[in-house]
Design a protein. Sequence first.
Length: 322
Amino acid sequence: DGVEIKPSKDVRIYAMGRKRFLQIMKCNTADSGMYTCDAGDAATSCTVEVYERELLVVQDLEDLDIQEDQNAIFVCEISVEDVPGEWYKDGERIQPTSTIKIRQEGTKHFLLMCNVRPEDSGEIKFVARNTESVAYLEVEELPVNIVKPLQDTTALEKSRVILDCTVSNPRCSIRWYKGSNVILPSERFEICSEGCYRKLILQQVALEDDGTYSVQVGDYTCSAKLTVEALSLVMVRELKDVEVSAPDQACFECEVSVPVLRSPLWSLNGEPLQPSSCIHLEKMGTVHRLTLRQTTPDMSGVVEFASGKAKSQAQLRVVGNP
């Protein structure tokens, strides 16, 4: 067509004796036209007409019916190599992503969809030139149920407890209960999901956390009993005998192994002591203190501290002024 041709990777120009050669390596329709060999005083021309090969589908797409989270693979084979193709889902062109792979090997074209979900169901179509192949993808939702139920658990108070179960579908929502009350995340309750694994974490369980816990997944429910055992309470530091001169104050102090919620019982000669202007009771963690003000000789006797099974006694001696 009057445009000089230069040698390139697709075009070879060479001579053999008096013969001159132009070789087009892989012709396409754009190579159609008038070709002229100009040797100065002599020239010759010819017309080249390049036709597209008839493109046929050798292997059609096949319908696919799989469960969610599986991989969907579609294969279409056409009759001609190196012909580009495009993939469509429900009429929308499919673009490669981290979960969608598109590749071509000669006459075969592949579409890979990883970890499909129910919403990926639809019509899949491959198009190359004026040829196409259609199939349908049906993704079944995984059944929702409890694969591994909760287990009964026993724990000491103040410890960390994990109640766990395994569900069939990593995307299913669940609800935790204690008795009939819904458990919501808080400082003491942590709710976690890791794939199909679900767990309820109780930070520093208390005696009142004892009870039945359940988890609901769709129409399925499972329950387990959490038993919280009290920590054994023992005396760490006993009361010591005290001698004072009336009316000086007398102070008794002891320490137990763990903090207690209920107030301990202090008594003098078997009579319970209640806070007043002359009787001061203190609790500082595991340390308990009794302070008796305005003492008199008739207060002499046995001072006792009691908290559960932990008990301690000491003698109070109040000396009168001469």
